[in-house]
Ligand binder design. Structure first.
Ligand SMILES: [Zn+2]
Length: 119
């Protein structure tokens, strides 16, 4: 076992946290759970795999279940999706057509109402 902070191997048990064995690094005092996994270090392949699922309409939690990547990590990637999948998805895509129609109907109704009392 290695410390995620300094890479030291002098680790001591430090009680339990949320039912999991907690450890403490003697060298730097960093505490960490048994199966500590750093959130960085995913390859671009893994990112693309998750993002393609997202583009195909899969929810973040469903992607998390199938890939093991935490959904907040995927959300972070989605924010940078333009760099990874420039051909598949643009983050500033205009709203759905349905929403646009609704907006137009609303604006149109407002215009009609305000103009109805005038000669
Ligand atoms: Zn350490």
């Amino acid at each position: 076992m290695q410390c995620p902070e300094c890479g030291g191997t002098h680790i001591r048990k430090n009680g339990k946290k949320q039912g999991k064995q907690n450890h403490i690094c003697v060298a730097c005092g960093r505490q960490f759970i048994d199966c500590y996994k750093p959130h960085r270090g995913y390859s671009d392949d893994v990112k693309r795999h998750c993002l393609r699922q997202y583009v195909n309409g899969t929810g973040f939690r469903a992607i998390e279940r199938t890939t093991g990547v935490h959904h907040t990590t995927i959300i972070t990637w989605v924010k940078h999706v333009g760099d990874l999948l420039p051909d598949a998805y643009a983050p500033d895509t205009p709203p759905e057509v349905g929403e646009l129609d609704e907006l137009e109907t609303f604006v149109g109704a407002k215009k009609t109402k305000s103009g109805s009392g005038q000669p």
